[in-house]
Design a protein around this ligand. Structure first.
Ligand code: ZN
Length: 319
């Protein structure tokens, strides 16, 4: 390893599964005030939405995305073998404001602290665990277009919470092939950081020996994507991971980034995604998310797809 070794720079996005797109928009773009930066469909199932939220530009590290699996039979269970929370960074002074806002809108909030950081823990409408962590050192700025005061906006993802039954193989992957550094340990949680470190570049490995395995479905996180600066770095990581015995997918063109996928030994699906080309590749930066964008291969079927998709309204406004 030397200075020219290709690096993962931190979190790119987290993708979770919800049941109802409108309720999901109202919560993430309305109540939490993220920007809906892309409205598209699932590349593997164009009859279902895939929505992206983030900061103004959908910068890697700020992005959370959702697939939608309706109905009670599609419910999953949160547990080991999954990323188990969406963890956002916010300024320390904003925590009481967020607590008051969430509680006023019927969200039950718990206050906790971890690694010396204060945080609010709650659940989204599909019971996906969400946290807002008070982070003093974070130069990123959040989206103010949804009416959240600039000093209080969620600035992006803080850490990726990875829950596994046996931490050792996951920790080895992070520290050897993925070149994260161990920062600290607290109880059954170990915090690692990538690149220059700091908020948005952390991964927390939690060893859960309770035997409570997760199962995929609505109300759970589907995968976590790590960010690399360019295609060359992605190809280098693909070959390094393959050399270490991981089954890695071919590069897939996701229109807004290029991706490879592999499963870590604890069962969590990992993706590595490029920081480019980004969300302004198929619509103007000032109106990101406003129109339904389809991958090129589905454009010819736009009329039929639009007929199948439920109509969506802009996020409900919360005061
Ligand atoms: Zn992804």
């Amino acid at each position: 390893m030397n200075d020219t070794t290709p690096r993962i720079t931190g979190i790119h996005h987290v993708t979770a599964i919800a049941s109802d797109p409108q309720r999901n928009i109202d919560f993430y773009a309305g109540l939490l005030g993220l920007r809906q930066v892309k409205t598209t469909v699932n590349f593997d199932d164009p009859s279902a939405y895939h929505l992206y939220y983030g900061d103004e530009h959908g910068t890697p590290g700020s992005i959370v995305t959702f697939f939608y699996w309706p109905g009670p039979e599609a419910r999953g269970r949160v547990g080991s073998g999954q990323a188990t929370a969406l963890v956002f960074s916010a300024p320390p002074a904003s925590l009481p404001w967020w607590q008051e806002r969430l509680e006023r809108h019927g969200v039950k909030v718990e206050r906790k602290s971890r690694f010396g950081e204060e945080l609010l823990a709650f659940a989204d409408p599909d019971a996906i665990p969400v946290e807002i962590v008070a982070v003093a050192e974070d130069s990123r700025s959040g989206w103010t277009g949804a009416g959240i005061p600039a000093d209080y906006t969620l600035r992006g993802l803080h850490t990726a919470e990875l829950t596994v039954a046996n931490a050792a193989p996951t920790e080895a992957l992070l520290s050897i092939e993925m070149q994260f550094r161990l920062v600290k340990r607290e109880g059954n949680r170990a915090r690692f950081e990538a690149g220059p470190g700091g908020s948005g570049r952390y991964a927390d490995v939690i060893e859960d020996t309770s035997g409570k395995r997760g199962s995929g479905g609505s109300g759970t996180i589907h995968h976590i994507a790590w960010s690399v600066p360019d295609d060359a770095t992605e190809l280098a990581k693909q070959s390094e991971l393959q050399t270490s015995g991981y089954q890695v997918s071919p590069v897939m063109d996701r229109d807004y980034f290029h991706s490879i996928y592999y499963r870590e030994r604890g069962g969590i699906l990992f993706e590595i995604a490029t920081a480019t080309p980004g969300f302004a590749v198929d619509e103007p930066a000032e109106s990101l998310g406003a129109a339904l964008k389809l991958p090129k291969q589905f454009e010819a079927h736009r009329a039929r797809i639009e007929e199948l998709l439920p109509a969506l309204q802009p996020a409900k406004s919360f005061t």
